[in-house]
Design a protein around this ligand. Sequence first.
Ligand code: DX5
Ligand code: ZN
Length: 220
Amino acid sequence: MPRSIKISPSILSCDFSKIGTEVEALEKAGADYIHVDVMDGHFVPNLTIGPDVIKNIRPFSKKIFDVHLMISPVDKYIQQFAEAGADIITFHPEATDNTAKTIELIKKFKKKVGISLKPKSKIDIIKDYLDQIDLVLIMSVEPGFGGQKFMPEVLPKLKELKNIIEKKNLNVDLEIDGGINFENSKIAKEAGANILVSGSTIFKKNNGDLKKNINLLRQN
Ligand code: DX5
Ligand code: ZN
């Protein structure tokens, strides 16, 4: 049974002076998830928000908070993000010295586990964990900034993961993140993604008509 397509708008592109009301507007506009990009200025050359901001925006939406941790080291912050209200906690394998331990830590707080692969990272580094996680986040830009150009060279990785998941009958969502727009959303879905992350397209296209942009990404 093909998985329904979900749209997870990234708040990295929202108005940071009113994140709570922006999250509320995304829910009203039909977002399935809220993608929260956490950056520490160390794992990636940019700084965004921490667990306290997530705690403060939590009451603004009941939607799943799809938290993308671009931070290292990551283990020591998992509890704070879990308690702040994250529902899915996605980490980068390069940000931990023990991927299995980080997976267990996220599960200890009863959260869904995601692993993210940077454009140049190989599937091999996560193959052994696919039966223990809920989501793989394929980066189609170098992590760190919104508004970058989509990197189609990651699509074969998406296809290969899709085949593995189907062959082993695993219950793993495939999320693509970075440069997703109305032109490439179709090929991303055809390659196997069932969750599309988008920041600049959703917040900036069609005069920022969130509902229209979310629907266009879902339908295209
Ligand atoms: C980049 C983030 C992405 C980014 C997506 O490091 O992980 O989620 O915000 O933004 P757009 O859709 O503008 O590329
Ligand atoms: Zn992200």
